[in-house]
Design a protein. Sequence first.
Length: 112
Amino acid sequence: MDFGIGITKENQGRLFDGLFHTLDTELYTSKKPYDFGAGGKGLDLLRVKVYSQRFGFDISVASQFCLYLPTDHDLCPGKISECPHCKVREDCFNSGGSTFCLTFSVLGEKDI
């Protein structure tokens, strides 16, 4: 679970395709993993999808794109203190974010 800007409905359908960027490649500025706006290629999500098919677990995503950004072409300032819409941290935390879930089955004796 994260409290980032979230992912638009249009982009959620392509997340597990691999080599898919939810933002324009030029907007990924820092290139440092885990930095805000660092970007990613989606290869880890593709890998998890392949593993889920191979090993029989489910993966799902629920995401709400930031209420204060009209489109995925609009930019978040990257700091709550610099956002004109957020007066307190909770304003940001409640405006968008994503949750990825992996669901594993528990094997019973009859499954072994």
